[in-house]
Design a protein around this ligand. Structure first.
Ligand SMILES: Cc1cc2nc3c(=O)[nH]c(=O)nc-3n(C[C@H](O)[C@H](O)[C@H](O)COP(=O)(O)OP(=O)(O)OC[C@H]3O[C@@H](n4cnc5c(N)ncnc54)[C@H](O)[C@@H]3O)c2cc1C
Length: 432
């Protein structure tokens, strides 16, 4: 990659880690026996563990890397209602009642995360700044406008259409055909948020051991024996919270999630007044493309964080950085000479029906598959799966009734990803 694009001190790691450094490696000894073992210390795992610890169960969370090393300290910090399929699409596949229930989960997840942050005073730059969802062609603008006029009863969200002629009040670009503002969508600092969850999980009594990959799980009477790199643990219950990093530990889960790399850059700092002219109102921004771009201002308003997928095959942050920079500069030509301070990536977990999934399989509890929009969902379903372990009625979710599908010949290696990205990018060029 051209060195001119890299700012002095460039880092191939998340921008967020500057202000929220990864927790130091713990030298804690592994307990031989716990009530609940949670595998994965991201938002899902910590929230599940906090719930079971609050319920009086001795709870341990382990992570193969540092706690939060996965998506939970790498994401864009854009927070929305996050359920991908529309009510109409879900009603076509399931019944209307279930479709309604699933869509409500997304709305509840957004309210839940705000309530949690406020109640637990988690310092993570949370604010309901709203999202500008930009239409990449006129057809998609019409689709958004039609949705705004005909929202399903009981699932309405505030939504304001911005015609193309007025788009400059959101972003000074003519690349888009207008869009919609969702004023209730929010922003946060994902790294600080993760550290906040770590704090409240520990305060509830959760023990966290990092750099401790789980290697194998075996049934042991009513519970499980889990082999890890740091020794063996007996647990009455196990929660799988590995999302896009689900490896060979549980082949059943691995066959059901599609790990897809998402890539982001941060620009070197510029004067805040200048950057605020590019993304007005401090909005989170995304677009209607199938292969979406998402971007926002940094918390100090001096950088832009610009993310998306810019390669058919998985790549690395040095290869993706100039490509993302080119896409960003097409939207904001004034940033052409602004260099990149950070470039990083992470693996999100897609599912075959683009829904998150929660449940129990062969005695293993799990919540995963947030399809790239997991800040609120992982928080919420993590809490729910913890309640399910405790056998609490309020842990039930309409998603309990949705089968977690796989496909023949799929074992966790998404060989179809490159042709799919090619196909979706082609569709994004058409006026449909
Ligand atoms: C670049 C990027 C941008 C994103 N932007 C957004 C956004 O703006 N808004 C949004 O809502 N969502 C976004 N997401 C998605 C969101 O971050 C995730 O959905 C969410 O963080 C998932 O949390 P999690 O706890 O389920 O998984 P993760 O945070 O990925 O945690 C899984 C953990 O499991 C561990 N693990 C795996 N296998 C083992 C094992 N065998 N033993 C022990 N530990 C193991 C991993 O080390 C990892 O730490 C983005 C994701 C990425 C990568």
């Amino acid at each position: 990659m051209s060195g001119e694009l890299l700012a002095p001190g460039f880092k191939a790691e998340p921008y967020w880690w500057d202000d929220a450094p990864r927790p130091a490696k713990s030298d804690a000894t592994l307990p031989g026996k716990v009530d609940v073992l949670v595998v994965g210390a991201g938002y899902t795992g910590l929230m599940a563990a906090r719930e079971t610890a609050k319920g009086g169960r001795a709870t341990l969370v382990i992570d193969a890397e540092s706690a939060g090393w996965g998506c939970s300290s790498r994401n864009g910090g854009q927070v929305s209602t996050s359920i991908k399929p529309s009510f109409t699409a879900l009603s076509g596949k399931h019944n209307e009642q279930l479709a309604f229930g699933i869509r409500r989960e997304g709305l509840q997840a957004l309210d839940y995360i705000e309530d949690l942050i406020q109640t637990e005073t988690i310092d993570c730059d949370w604010a309901r700044v709203g999202r500008y969802h930009a239409a990449h062609n006129s057809k998609q603008y019409e689709v958004l406008a039609d949705y705004a006029r005909n929202q399903p009863k009981g699932l309405e969200v505030p939504m304001e259409m911005v015609p193309r002629a007025e788009q400059h009040r959101e972003i000074p670009s003519d690349l888009y055909y207008g869009g919609a503002v969702y004023p209730r969508h929010a922003k946060l600092h994902p790294g600080k948020y993760h550290l906040g969850l770590l704090r409240i999980a520990k305060a509830a009594g959760v023990q966290v051991v990092d750099h401790c990959p789980a290697l194998a799980i075996a049934r042991d009477g009513q519970g499980f024996r889990v082999k890890t790199a740091r020794g063996e643990i007996q647990a009455r219950n196990v929660v799988i919270a590995t999302n896009g990093y689900s490896g060979p530990l549980s082949p059943w889960h691995r066959r059901r999630v599609i790990p897809i790399g998402s890539y982001i850059i941060a620009t070197e700092p510029r004067p805040a007044e200048e950057m605020r002219q590019l993304i007005r109102n401090d909005r989170m921004v995304s677009d209607t493309r199938r292969v979406v771009f998402y971007y926002r201002l940094s918390p100090d308003h001096r950088s832009i964080l610009f993310g998306g997928r810019v390669a058919y095959m998985e790549s690395n942050p040095l290869v993706s950085a100039p490509r993302l920079h080119a896409c960003m500069s097409a939207i904001f030509p004034s940033l052409k000479a602004t260099r990149i301070s950070h470039s990083w990536m992470g693996f999100v977990a897609y599912t075959f029906d683009t829904l998150p999934h929660i449940g129990v399989q062969d005695g293993l509890h799990y919540a995963m598959g947030y399809c790239g929009s997991g800040v609120s969902l992982a928080t919420y379903f993590g809490m729910r799966v913890g309640q399910q372990v405790l056998g609490k009625a309020e842990g039930r979710s309409p998603l309990d009734n949705v089968a977690f599908q796989t496909r023949p010949l799929y074992s966790g290696n998404p060989w179809f990803l490159a042709p799919s990205v090619w196909w979706y990018q082609l569709l994004d060029k058409l006026p449909i």
